[in-house]
Design a protein around this ligand. Sequence first.
Ligand code: FMN
Ligand code: SF4
Length: 510
Amino acid sequence: MAWLWEPARWALVAFVPLAAIALWDFFQHDHTLRRNYPLVARIRWLMEDLRPFAQAYIVESDLEGRPFSHQARALVYARAKGDLDSHPMGTEYDVYSDEYEWLSHSIAPKAEAPEYWRLTVGESTCAKPYTTAMLNISAMSFGSLSAKAIEALNAGAALGDFAHNTGEGSISKYHRSHGGDLIWELGSGYFGARKQDGNFDPEQFRDRSADDQVKMIELKLSQGAKPGHGGVLPAAKVTPEIAEARGVPAGVTVTSPAAHPAFSTPIEMLEFVAKLRELSGGKPVGIKLCVGQPHELFAMGKAMLETGLHPDFITVDGAEGGTGAAPLELSNSVGMPLREGQIMVRNMLVGLNLRSKVKIAASGKIHSGAQMAKAFALGADWCNAARPFMFALGCVQSMNCHKGTCPTGVATQEAWRQRGLVVEDKAPRVARFQKQTLHSLREIVIAMGLSSPWEITPQDMRERLNGARSDAIDRIYTFLEPGELLEDPDSTAYARHWHAARADSFRRAQ
Ligand SMILES: Cc1cc2nc3c(=O)[nH]c(=O)nc-3n(C[C@H](O)[C@H](O)[C@H](O)COP(=O)(O)O)c2cc1C
Ligand code: SF4
């Protein structure tokens, strides 16, 4: 019988803790399920935790998976790693479903095209214009992303000669260590250029923006995933490093208000843009927004006409855009999707003959050459991507960014979780993903018989309306002719918003 002792001892070792947990569950008051089904009910939470993985690895087909499908992620991973990115056997889309849309190729494709294109921003307004790449890293702050992620993104940007937007958390030491071009984003918290009371500090802004690594400034009005929402960074998350970057005390809760303290009318906003340009020594200044109430956009247009002031670029972010954390209702139900927002911004500028002065950048699930080409068709001058660059860093879309428990070290501040993200390995992936995506854009431009992506027009893109009909985008959406809003606003689809817009207020005119 002595041989039975050993297994019995091990059984006891396993049983005692489980019995203790079961007893704890039975007597605790917080969870009904655990009280009624001690121990067993815990499987539910385990399954909840494993759900994103089970869904991604077992349940989803290639075209499923949200926010990004398995196919979209696989494409980014392949391009980032330099693996084979071609696809066998033809499209998996149902080309007769109303989700399908396509770009029209030419019978006479171009024989050749430049290897890549670049575009100068702020040529007529700035002492230091910037020549931007066609695909840049969209705003993501140090704080929502880890130090290693910021380093790898910036090193990738330096390798690939494109720009890295700081996000509203300002410029940290991790943004500086590899020297990649920066777009400094200023949100309503003015982090990095902020007085103690939360107002904008011109002196700090002048000093920091003078850094040669800072190539452009982006004034953030809103982002698609949480438009009109301020931010709160709880005291526990304000580490000394984050505090240093943002210019706030460590260990104290910081808030960024929903509205900018520095301006409250369209004219004041443009004056602030002009002030930033001047303080920065003549660097291009743009605004970033997700379109909300259309009259506010036309109010900006009226203010541009009245003052002669204008931003150098407008970044249009779609409601489909990402975030580290946001209230679900704001992500799901507030803000205009990229396509409509981009067309409206384009129409405001074209209709007021301002298009040549103000460039347009687009962001919102742009992860491939085809998505870029479609954004160009709707009037974009360049594109930004956030989550696709996270995929290039190794993000597996486990949807834990808001919990700080990111398994890939991309969106966490815990050092041990960042161990797996090796900057020297990921930086070339970031650069490769950007380069291969631009290569794909180039192939599309050539197939369309064009010389540059700016030649793609709404006529070149078709959308399926139902199983039997499709039409060109310019016959589905409104595209204004140059000056149309100036000459005869009442004949346009925007008459109502135009008349409601005032240069001296974002409020709707009565
Ligand atoms: C983790 C994370 C953090 C972000 N932080 C910011 C931010 O600080 N400022 C901002 O304007 N947008 C922020 N965004 C939004 C992105 O810049 C971008 O506009 C949006 O995600 C759409 O691009 P995507 O679809 O390529 O991700 C963030 C997005 C993510 C995923
Ligand atoms: S892997 Fe990290 S960054 Fe990607 S979704 Fe999950 S938690 Fe967020």
